[in-house]
Design a binder for this molecule. Structure first.
Ligand code: EMZ
Length: 383
């Protein structure tokens, strides 16, 4: 089997019962697996809420390592709409010409850097650096800040072996508290200052609310973007013909990026908490218990996608849910798409081939399922 393949572990359960089950720190999760069911539950925010205890809709649950509500992610409508409207324009900035020019420059630099090396460990030596540097553009903070973020490693709440790490989380919280205080004393053009100036219901956002947006910005697009970049490198290493095709047909780069995101589904699932007794796929769900919307499974649903387990690099119709679905669709999607678009374009122009030298897969343990989500380690040579 090719190393860059990400198998679909959910197929059998999706096609027979439509759901899966996993325990998570004694707070079990019923995983919704089919695309239509996932969409239906995502839409039904009254029955399946996001505004539960902070951290509870995340799988694995983060209730033991944080009290701050992430905003707008852990807020339900109608309040969600006001928060979302506050932050939305800022998170669309990656579409601006200056922004994408700056991102292109960053990506050109890092690709040139790795082309000069004999070997590169992609996760820490490429994807983490690229994600951290790009985040300075999203926050509009000095480039040097990325050095600090790189030192935190690939996940801000988890240490090696994927276990939740409260000490690590505290480093992030202290850092954000400090930056909010600085911005309050000395406002600038960065996201902290922008949020501190914003108002909701006629009142300025509190420091706790600003912190909620900032934690989401740091945590939500970290391991997900890192996995997407690393998986893309592994895919192109084994598919030089795709790299060559994208070089001669740059018009299909958008399709290619959507298809890679569908296939990788960097965020496996996101939870919801039932507000009443209900059911999914004829399976009873008790009030105050958890379900999850399993994006990774929905994106391989053969009832919607032809050849779901293949990367069809120019796939035309691609209604994937890798960025979620409905009111809570990913706030960082514009930024993530720009990163991948520019990266794929740059690789197609500058890189002839990539050799995989060594690797270690990152496997998520999800009750009855095991899912490869990416790599803990990927050693390559860029040619
Ligand atoms: C949360 C989540 C958001 C969570 C869209 O996903 O991403 C996870 O990686 C974080 O651990 O806190 O931000």
């Amino acid at each position: 089997m090719k190393k860059s393949i990400l198998p679909d572990p959910f197929g059998a359960a999706r096609n027979t019962k439509g759901f899966g089950e996993m325990d998570d720190q004694n707070d079990p999760v019923t995983m919704v697996l089919g695309l239509k069911d996932v969409r239906k539950c995502a839409h039904n925010w009254k029955t399946f809420q996001s505004g539960a205890a902070p951290g509870r809709i995340v799988v694995p649950s983060e209730v033991h390592i944080r009290d701050t509500r992430q905003i707008p992610f852990e807020v339900d409508p109608p309040e969600h709409k006001d928060y979302r409207a506050l932050v939305e324009p800022w998170f669309k900035r990656p579409l601006e010409e200056d922004y994408s020019a700056a991102l292109t420059k960053q990506i050109n630099t890092i690709v040139d850097e790795v082309l000069n090396k004999d070997s590169v460990e992609v996760v820490e030596g490429f994807s983490l650096i690229l994600q951290s540097r790009a985040l300075t553009l999203l926050l509009n903070t000095p480039f040097e800040e990325s050095e600090t973020w790189i030192s935190w490693g690939t996940h801000v709440f988890r240490s090696h072996g994927n276990s939740l790490d409260g000490d690590k989380a505290n480093i992030l919280y202290d850092y954000i508290d400090k930056r909010i205080k600085q911005a309050a004393e000395n406002p600038g053009d960065d996201l902290y200052s922008k949020l501190l100036k914003s108002t909701k219901d006629g009142k300025e956002l509190t420091h706790e609310e600003v912190k909620g947006v900032m934690i989401l910005t740091f945590a939500g697009g970290r391991d997900t973007v890192i996995n997407a970049i690393t998986n893309s490198i592994a895919y192109f290493a084994e598919h030089p013909e795709s790299l060559a095709r994208l070089k001669s047909e740059p018009d299909i780069i958008n399709n290619a990026v959507e298809e890679l995101i569908r296939y990788f589904s960097p965020l496996t699932q996101m939870g919801r908490v039932a507000t009443q007794d209900t059911q999914v796929c004829e399976h009873a769900i008790k009030a105050n218990s958890r379900i999850s919307l399993c994006w990774a499974s929905a994106n391989r649903d053969e009832r919607t996608f032809e050849n779901p387990n293949e990367v069809v690099i120019d796939r035309k119709i691609n209604p994937h849910v890798a960025f979620g679905f409905g009111t809570h669709n990913c706030l960082g999607a514009t930024h993530a798409r720009q990163i991948l678009n520019i990266l794929v374009k740059t690789l197609s122009e500058k890189v002839k081939s990539i050799d995989i030298l060594d690797y270690k897969e990152n496997i998520e343990e999800l009750g009855e399922f095991k899912r490869k989500v990416g790599y803990d380690k990927l050693m390559v040579r860029f040619n």
